[in-house]
Design a protein around this ligand. Structure first.
Ligand code: GDP
Length: 530
């Protein structure tokens, strides 16, 4: 199986995460440029225009200028086959981002040098740190006035709790950005911005001991660099590949994506430091990516990418073996064999049909409504499941009122399908059925998405009445306590999920403790059972 081994060995699958506007799109675009996937950077996602050609499936994206969905791009570079998982660039969509991270083997964190670690992104970045996937930091926009690089590193270490190891070091910033010093080669790459970064740039490099360097940089920057190097060599963490791979140390690179400075160098280092897909944990232990059996798990379901058909695409990450078009696999959670029809993949900006794919790749398959997030598919005779994808506790709730009650069926179908995709969670009043639906979301923008989609895709108008609850707890042991007669607090509401599991909503977090105190033996959990 030399073919399988070599194909998988050259795979690199990573997610790019950043706060909106830090430069994720620009960096991705430059990566593709090096991969030869596009000729002229800028043609992939010119923010307001072409960008939406890739993920233009919802008006809301255009209206708000944000990317709601995440897409996958594949390209080849230097013998590697690279899968980039783009994540939605909006804090409200962090749940989708969390799931996307489950499908990635490493993450590239893009930080705006003039802003540092931004508040809204802390939670998201921390998930990466907690997952212990390798994180590579690209500090972008050095061609603009930037914060002090030592302070930027301190911030990453203190706020995110991960040690940093600068691989290169910036010399000046903004109008006085002179270039970067490569700590491994002990060479300075001089900054030149070519054609707004649309072409690949050949940078001039000078050794740190080269007599010409002082002239190039000017004495102020030359001396500052010498001081900085001394400080760095003495104070910063030493590079250690094992620590990088364990997610304990993040290599940091400074550059400027827009002017295409430092991008290729970053890509090269990154590819060397990351690994091919590793074994994944499952109910029967680790699954070897090189195993002859195909296996994958669903991490994302996206509806209506094609407005003409009401189709859904289930995105799955292949964890082992080879996928071949038309292949029959066991859908473990569904308990039956299915044929994976019409798999698709994103190649640069186009979706196309794939005939084969390997461990590390992401494929999207047509979903007639049978898949849920976290489902396992495999050709193995042994029925195993990959570790589930955690659902996040919703923090905002609203009651859904249907305006035209004649369209009950469409309404229930629409809202159930949207819930299945994981964008929202739906609940019912404790003592009634689907007549009263309560929706919970992680980010409030999802309310707008829900309303918009029900109107546009299911032709159902709804009104959302916000509820004041912010905290949700599932009752873990309903059989052991008298759920009907719990002694609650005035700000508590009892509801149930679609599987009839009872749960409680609270306005104030302190009420949670109060209810636990008042009801002996009661066990509460922040997470629902799948
Ligand atoms: P995203 O929201 O993270 O995908 O950010 P974009 O890649 O769309 O970039 C946001 C804005 O910052 C755009 O106007 C880019 O042209 C600009 N930008 C990105 N990288 C750089 C950079 O290195 N230097 C400068 N000056 N601007 C940049």
């Amino acid at each position: 199986m030399a073919d399988l081994t070599s194909e998988i060995t050259k795979r690199r699958t990573f997610a790019i995460i950043s706060h909106p506007d830090a430069g994720k799109t620009t960096l991705t675009e430059k990566f593709l440029l090096y991969g030869g996937a596009i000729n002229l950077a800028g043609s992939v996602k010119g923010k307001k225009t072409a960008k939406h050609a890739v993920s233009d499936w919802m008006e809301i994206e255009k209206q708000r200028g944000i990317s709601v969905t995440s897409s996958v791009l594949q390209f080849n570079y230097d013998g590697y086959c690279i899968n980039i998982l783009d994540t939605p660039g909006h804090e409200d969509f962090s749940e989708d981002t969390y799931r996307t991270l489950m499908a990635a083997d490493s993450a590239v964190m893009v930080i705006d040098a003039s802003k540092g670690v931004e508040k809204q992104t802390i939670k998201l970045f921390k998930v990466c740190v907690l997952r212990h996937i390798p994180i590579f930091t690209f500090i972008n926009k050095m061609d603009r006035e930037a914060n002090d690089p030592f302070e930027l590193l301190d911030e990453i270490e203190n706020v995110l709790g991960i040690r940093t190891c600068p691989m290169n070091w910036p010399i000046g910033s903004g109008k006085e950005f002179k270039g970067v010093y490569d700590r491994t080669d002990r060479e300075v790459s001089l900054f030149t911005a070519a054609m707004n970064g649309q072409k690949e740039v050949a940078t001039e490099r000078l050794g740190i001991d080269d007599a010409a360097l002082a002239d190039e940089l000017g004495s102020h920057f030359y001396e500052k660099l010498q001081e900085d190097i001394e400080l760095l060599d003495g104070a910063s963490s030493e590079f250690n590949l094992d620590e990088v791979r364990a997610g304990d140390l993040t290599p940091v690179f400074f550059g400027s994506a827009l002017t295409n400075f430092g991008v290729e160098n970053f890509l090269q280092h990154f590819l060397k430091m990351t690994t091919a897909p590793l074994a994944r944990h499952s109910s029967i232990g680790d699954v070897d990516p090189f195993s002859g059996d195909f296996s994958a798990f669903v991490f994302k379901i996206q509806a209506n990418m094609n407005k003409m058909h009401r189709d859904r695409i289930a995105f799955m990450r292949i964890c082992s073996g080879k996928f071949e078009a038309g292949m029959e696999v066991t859908h473990v959670q569904g308990g039956r064999k299915i044929k994976l029809a019409q798999p698709q993949q994103m190649m640069a900006q186009e979706r196309h049909i794939v005939d084969e794919a390997y461990a590390g790749d992401i494929i999207g398959v047509f979903d007639p409504g049978i898949f849920s997030i976290g489902d396992t598919l495999t050709t193995s005779n042994e029925k195993f499941t990959f570790d589930g994808i955690p659902t996040f506790a919703p923090e905002h709730f609203a009651r859904v009122r249907q305006i035209d009650t004649m369209k009950r069926k469409q309404f229930v179908k629409g809202i159930s399908q949207i819930a299945q995709e994981g964008a929202i969670q739906i609940f019912q009043e404790f003592n009634t059925g689907m007549e009263e639906i309560i929706v919970g979301v992680v980010g409030v923008l999802q309310f707008d998405v829900l309303k918009f989609r029900l109107e546009n895709e299911y032709n159902v108008d709804i009104r959302l009445e916000p509820l004041p609850y912010e905290h949700i707890r599932w009752i873990e042991n309903p059989e052991e306590v008298d759920v009907e007669h719990l002694s609650g607090t005035s700000d508590m509401k009892k509801i149930k999920d679609l599987k009839d599991n009872p749960l409680l909503l609270f306005v104030n977090s302190w009420s949670v403790g109060m209810v636990l105190e008042r009801n002996e033996g009661l066990k509460l959990s922040e997470f629902g059972k799948n």
